[in-house]
Design a protein around this ligand. Structure first.
Ligand code: ZN
Length: 282
């Protein structure tokens, strides 16, 4: 296997729950569109795709059938071994069981684990009750799906340290810092350095900055040895005033930046090795 120190994992976050086609017409909504973006992003160099689903009109959803069709369509590409990451937070008001059910039944390699509650975009509460986090942590261990711990604020890392002590999470963990959401930490290099400095030893980490923080956080993450997340969930633009035409544009730019730094995008199997994932291609 190639020297993994020269490899960085790119995750493509294809649509999230927040952006709409009014903001960028390229945001995929249907299972078919999301699966196609996933396949194209894998071809462009993404090792992992992070999946949310939408109702046909774009409303954020956690309906099982939509996840199922999306995952089946991705897995139908027999040449594609991309790692799957299903969100556990597709809507802000989901019932605990409905948030966990698609992960339990569809068995991705990773599932997001938002390690705390926050005021979301100054509009609502993004609730991750301790009861839910305990349930989700145990459920993921039962089905051998690795939590991708999403961190919007430093306190969330300390929550995960508590959960490692109580057996809800199993070390070493993988962290995804999301900087620049209103209600969480802003996308500054100082914040990124601080978050990295308080990670438990042996953790792996990736980072993304939302919107205008996207490029600066990506550059800093490359310099600091972290892995990358790109995609329309986080950032709709390729340049000032220029919308990305698809998620692929954003993956291609990340690949270019890695190469400029004498690095290479990790393949899905390399990403499995780096993050400690159990291969699940069906
Ligand atoms: Zn997400």
């Amino acid at each position: 296997m190639a020297d993994l120190r020269k490899k960085r994992v790119i995750t493509a976050a294809l649509c999230g729950s927040w952006p709409t086609r009014d903001m960028n017409p390229a945001v995929p909504y249907t299972p078919e569109e999301i699966a196609e973006e996933a396949y194209r992003c894998w071809k462009a160099g993404a090792a992992i795709v992070h999946i949310h689903v939408r109702e046909p009109d774009g409303t954020p959803s956690i309906r099982y059938e939509l996840y199922e069709e999306t995952i089946q369509r991705i897995r139908a590409h027999k040449d594609c071994d991309v790692c799957l990451n299903i969100t556990s937070s597709g809507t802000v008001d989901g019932v605990d069981e409905d948030r966990i059910d698609p992960i339990r039944r569809l068995l991705p390699e990773l599932a997001s684990y938002d390690a705390g509650t926050l005021n979301w975009q100054n509009r609502t509460i993004f609730e991750n009750h301790p009861r839910f986090l305990e349930k989700l942590g145990h459920a993921l261990q039962e089905v051998n799906v690795k939590p991708e711990i999403e961190v919007f604020d430093a306190g969330m890392i300390y929550n995960t340290i508590y959960y490692m002590k109580t057996g809800v999470l199993k070390a070493p963990c993988h962290y995804q810092f999301v900087l620049g959401c209103a209600g969480g930490m802003t996308s500054t290099v100082e914040n990124l350095v601080h978050l990295k400095s308080i990670l438990p030893e042996g953790s792996t980490w990736a980072a993304c900055g939302i919107s205008s923080g996207h490029l600066p956080i990506m550059m800093a993450t490359i310099a600091m040895g972290g892995h990358l997340r790109v995609g329309l969930e986080d950032n709709l633009y390729l340049d000032r005033g220029v919308l990305a035409k698809s998620n692929v544009d954003l993956v291609e730019r990340a690949v270019k930046l890695l190469k400029l730094n004498n690095l290479e995008p990790a393949t899905p199997d390399e990403a499995r090795e780096i993050y400690g994932l159990t291969r699940k291609v069906f």
